[in-house]
Design a protein. Sequence first.
Length: 280
Amino acid sequence: MSDVMLNFKGDQSYMSKEELREKCPLAFAAAPTNPDVSKKYLFVNTETIVDDLNKLGWKPVQAAQRKSRGGDTIFSKHMVAFQNPDIMIKGKDGDDSFPRIIMTNSHDGMQAFKFSVGIYRLVCSNGLVVADEEFSDFKIKHKGYTFEELRGVVNEAVADLPNRVQVLNDMKSRVLTKEEKNKLALDAMLVRAGISPDSEKAKKFNYDEETISDILDPKRDEDKGDDLWRVFNVIQEKITQGDFHAALTGAKVRKVRKIKSFEKDLKVNKELFKLATALV
């Protein structure tokens, strides 16, 4: 199996300020959305971080915000993902990926700026692949933000990329048995249903071979193979994008749809990646 390596110079479409404002207006808040924030809270809007990350070479490529009931935006969390056009993970087999910095924030005084490092796979335009352990999280509190602090976060993330590339190489070299693939697909469906694969509740769920086979069926020739990286990406795409039939919560079999909430998408992706890397 071919290795992946860090490479410089890529090509990707980036969001303009106008597109970002349309997708995520909360990023441009001019004041805290919660009037009861602490006196220690230093308001720094997401637009400032976007501008500063741009100075460091990272440009927005995706954005979303939580949809609040009744139009109430006080507690609305939002997300912006960034890529650097000069950094990509080059696969010798053509399976190229871009590292991403995924920032989540809210202007309600409830959380710090949170930065996760993820992977965007070009072959399937498959969104985010992130993990709690293999890909570190970084935070900047709303108590005295500086550009140098942000630069430190970005430098730390970039410096750690060679280690993350090794994780991908390990996944590419790990060949799965049929039983391991089936178990990974089953656990992934439990994650999508909000059930921990290690829980007692999980023992009550069992899926027929047709459903498992549907989850493991690749949509493109590039994903055919038994190595962990390809199998994981097939499963990840099906679980997050939907378009398969299953009884996820023990109800009737129905078509599973794409995850629409960016918060659930991030959570499910992290849990899926954790399941996969446990097999390395």
